[in-house]
Design a protein around this ligand. Sequence first.
Ligand SMILES: *[C@@H]1O[C@H](CO)[C@@H](O)[C@H](O)[C@H]1NC(C)=O
Ligand SMILES: *[C@@H]1O[C@H](CO)[C@@H](O)[C@H](O)[C@H]1NC(C)=O
Ligand SMILES: *[C@@H]1O[C@H](CO)[C@@H](O)[C@H](O)[C@H]1NC(C)=O
Ligand SMILES: *[C@@H]1O[C@H](CO)[C@@H](O)[C@H](O)[C@H]1NC(C)=O
Ligand SMILES: *[C@@H]1O[C@H](CO)[C@@H](O)[C@H](O)[C@H]1NC(C)=O
Ligand SMILES: [Fe+2]
Length: 463
Amino acid sequence: MGLYVCFFVVFLMLYHGPCINGGITSSFVRKEEKSIDMPFHSDVFSHPPGYNAPQQVHITQGDHVGRAVIVSWVTQDEPGSSTVVYWAEKNNQKFKATGRTTTYKYYNYTSGFIHHCNIMNLEFDTKYHYQLGTGQTTRRFWFMTPPPVGPDVPYTFGLMGDLGQTYDSNVTLTHYEMNPVKGQAVLFVGDLSYADYYKFHDNSRWDSWGRFAERSTAYQPWIWTAGNHELDFEPSIGETKPFKPFLHRYRVPYKASGSTEPLWYSIKRASAYIIVLSSYSAFGMYTPQYQWLLEELPKVNRSETPWLIVLMHSPWYNSNSYHYMEGETMRVMFEPWFVEHKVDLVFAGHVHSYERSERVSNIAYNIVNGECSPVKNLSAPVYITIGDGGNIEGLASIMTEPQPKYSAYREASFGHATLEIKNRTHAYYSWHRNSDGYAVRADSVMFTNRHWHPMDDSTSKTE
Ligand SMILES: *[C@@H]1O[C@H](CO)[C@@H](O)[C@H](O)[C@H]1NC(C)=O
Ligand SMILES: *[C@@H]1O[C@H](CO)[C@@H](O)[C@H](O)[C@H]1NC(C)=O
Ligand SMILES: *[C@@H]1O[C@H](CO)[C@@H](O)[C@H](O)[C@H]1NC(C)=O
Ligand SMILES: *[C@@H]1O[C@H](CO)[C@@H](O)[C@H](O)[C@H]1NC(C)=O
Ligand SMILES: *[C@@H]1O[C@H](CO)[C@@H](O)[C@H](O)[C@H]1NC(C)=O
Ligand SMILES: [Fe+2]
């Protein structure tokens, strides 16, 4: 009953107060075109030449602090070698690490041989080359390890979500690569291949996505979050193990943060502490994810990593009609902790549009007190929806009206974002829309750190 009264109150407020109007609903109009998947014969999906050549190469952080890298790749014809040969550019001394191989079946699809190799004890802030495969089909790549973890270490993250493999996805990735703001690692908020869009979840679309993304994922770590399109749960064809293709293909260093499942974990990288949550795993009280997060948040030492960032798939503050309120259950569980621990930024995807919130919280409600509207709270995070990677489902362009007060900027366009951490107090954030030139920042804010410099960094005019 209380809840109904509450909805009614919200309804009245929405329809009577001009003061409730929020920030900017961008007037930019993107031309309406369907997003279609690139066909298998597209250039971006080409197989590397040669028998059993390593393909779909991707790397991610392999430990808690950034001195390890997990290298993953697929060989299609036979297991081949699971060894990575690697060397620091500055001294050329070669090392070897050998990983493990796995395969899986999905309905009538059988995967290639999926290799995962964790290279450990790397030096910080060092360029490494690495080589996979044997003989004629050897392939060489490189990556940079991050600087040692520390409070004033500048570092730039790229942000993408819901990428898929359409022509628009390719434009998003190209804009990220061509952006003069050079991302050093990608925080990816879930929904990778959209293979589940196809009949029987044609897992060859997982393979083609791996080949498409390789031009970035082989050279810089992508920090993975699981989305709903990673579930691949399809009992009608006997596929009852959620996340099967994703978990076989993408590995994360979850044990290093005391997690018991790869779907939620944390890493430190430079001056940031990144917590990854799973919107599609249990998070109610007493569940493993709940228990882990409860113990995890107090471990964050802001003197070491000032920037506390959370990634999840389903957004908590979303004023698009698409997926409206889907993130509500998790918000109810965890939002008080985020405010208490002064999380700086929360990035989510899922909604195929862009939105940035002000610093608000909605934690006062207790069923009977009627306090059920978001209020400005400078201890609260800014929530950013960056699910605008350009996948086959197209744009989510219908917004709830009027724009709620908590919403600072929203726009239905494809794009990506960058977060340039400058030092412990300042981080410059920008959203870049695909329709603009590479250097254009369509929405930018200088965020100030909630622990070290908790100023009012809001951008809407609030009375
Ligand atoms: C899987 O089954 C579908 C439908 O029967 C068929 O079109 C497809 O070619 C099969 N794929 C494989 C790899 O056998
Ligand atoms: C994808 O983008 C790259 C880089 O801009 C370009 O070379 C390639 O031709 C594009 N492929 C497709 C299928 O659009
Ligand atoms: C937090 O990190 C700082 C800087 O590394 C260190 O001096 C301090 O001991 C740490 N605090 C705790 C409680 O571990
Ligand atoms: C912001 O949240 C904190 C932590 O829960 C709380 O103490 C404070 O009263 C809140 N401020 C407002 C304006 O609600
Ligand atoms: C931190 O970075 C901001 C933005 O670049 C700059 O204005 C500020 O002076 C820096 N703080 C320190 C202590 O260097
Ligand atoms: Fe999604």
